[in-house]
Design a protein around this ligand. Structure first.
Ligand code: ADP
Ligand code: ASP
Ligand code: MG
Length: 410
């Protein structure tokens, strides 16, 4: 008999019908004799609805109150699912994050889990109950409710699985596994049987929202067996996230393509090219709590001035522009230019390590499609390009085909 932590995302609990289907699935595992801890998200659309309400009041609401608000979505689903389970003869009890002592730091809206006290859950399991825990939330040491960042229920699931030493953490979602790229954008995307933690971390951090990045970090750190599978159909093994690929010889060059339109870029034109200029520009950006992603600096032919470009997430674009106005005045730099209709497309694969020429092939494919590359960044196992947002889906599909990722025609 196994202990499973099963996480169901927003679409999977998006209606009473869906909640009933989840309850039947959980009951099925119980009938086989397994212990089950369920983690649920808010019903699909609910978290966005709550955020929109807050924004009607203030564009930049207090993070503490934001957490108080958005954590309510998950409280609704734990109660509804537990009621359903009890109704169909499967004893269950629901708990909020703080009720099972999910303790986080105090970084509201992006808190990190520090500790979980699993005793209460273990007691309920021993008594034969299914334990239903609210994803995405916890409390800091002072009892303030915190949330773990968008998509954070995945992390609750994996963290609970680690604390309980579960046999597997199963992430049930609206696709039947991790694909070579988002199957909603590329119909030729293929489901992967396995993917390494390292690759999944890259894909998640570069925009594939199928797993929240921190959940993958947790799984890697605590060796939690992690599987992504469909909550809609009963068939299929999904995708297992593995520590290492067993047969390195067969590592494909590219495992997946991630993309995100959640980007914006800013350039400080004609800044004086003197030591310290980069930190004078980025210091105030960091101080304003804005995360910078890519950075490119071009020196003018006269060697006296430099154009300094960096990207931030689109939500921070206006704030970053305002910060730069002050910086430019102080630096005596020329002007600021910006573009928030950009996207980042990334190739990820551990096989890249041992192969040269991936970048040049990528650039060739994009050029054949008439797509201009605005910025590039690379690491050992990924290459990212910034392009105009309108070309994003075209780029993903062209690269998917060119790198041999398309599934075979049925
Ligand atoms: P949930 O609500 O269950 O947490 P999410 O919407 O957060 O689900 O994540 C699942 C979605 O992730 C899929 O519907 C799919 O559109 C998207 N996705 C992006 N990249 C991938 C990928 N490489 N493989 C599978 N799904 C992906
Ligand atoms: N409900 C939260 C969100 O929409 C957390 C989650 O779904 O994982 O981001
Ligand atoms: Mg999600």
């Amino acid at each position: 008999m196994a202990l499973y932590v099963q996480k169901f995302g927003g679409t999977s609990v998006g209606s009473i019908e869906r909640i009933k289907a989840v309850a039947e699935k959980v009951k099925g595992y119980r009938a086989e004799g397994h212990d089950v801890v369920v983690v649920v998200s808010a019903m699909s659309g609910e978290t966005n609805r709550l955020i929109a309400l807050a924004h009607e009041i203030n564009e930049d609401p207090t993070p503490r109150e934001m957490d108080m608000l958005v954590s309510t979505g998950e409280q609704v689903t734990i109660a509804l699912l537990s009621m359903t389970l009890n109704t169909i003869g499967c004893p269950a009890v629901s708990y909020t994050g703080p009720q099972v002592s999910i303790t986080t730091d105090s970084s509201h809206t992006k808190a990190r889990i520090k500790q979980i006290d699993d005793q209460k859950i273990r007691n309920d399991l021993k008594e034969g109950r299914v334990v239903v825990v609210a994803g995405f939330q916890g409390a800091d040491e002072n009892g303030n409710i915190t949330t773990l960042g968008r998509g954070g229920s995945d992390t609750t699931g994996v963290a609970l699985a680690a604390a309980l030493k579960a046999d597997e953490c199963q992430i049930f979602t609206d696709v039947d596994g991790v694909y070579t790229t988002d199957p909603r954008v590329c119909s030729k995307a293929k489901r992967l049987e396995t993917i390494t933690v390292e690759e999944m971390l890259e894909l998640a951090s570069l925009g594939s929202k199928v797993l929240q990045i921190r959940s993958v970090e947790f799984a890697g750190k605590y060796n939690v067996p992690l599987r992504v599978l469909s909550s809609f159909d009963d068939q299929g093994p999904g995708t297992l996230i593995v520590a290492e690929e067993t047969n390195e010889m067969e590592d494909p060059l590219i495992s997946g393509i991630a993309f995100t339109a959640n980007e914006a870029k800013l350039t400080v034109l004609n800044a004086p090219d003197v030591p310290g200029v980069a930190s004078k520009i980025l210091g105030p950006i960091g101080a304003a709590n804005i995360e910078v992603d890519m950075i490119v600096q071009n020196v003018a032919p006269d060697g006296k001035t430099t154009d300094f470009t960096f990207t931030v997430s689109r939500g921070d674009y206006k704030k970053a522009q305002a910060v730069l106005e002050g910086v430019v005045a102080e630096l005596g730099a020329g002007e600021i230019s910006g573009d928030n209709a950009i996207a980042k497309v990334s190739l990820v694969g551990v096989g890249m390590r041992s192969h040269a020429g991936v970048a040049s092939k990528m650039f060739q494919v994009l050029s054949d499609e008439g797509i201009n590359i605005r910025m590039v960044s690379t690491s050992e196992i990924k290459i990212s390009v910034v392009i105009d947002e309108k070309f994003m889906e075209l780029a993903v599909r062209a690269l998917h085909t060119a790198f041999g990722l398309d599934k075979e025609e049925e």
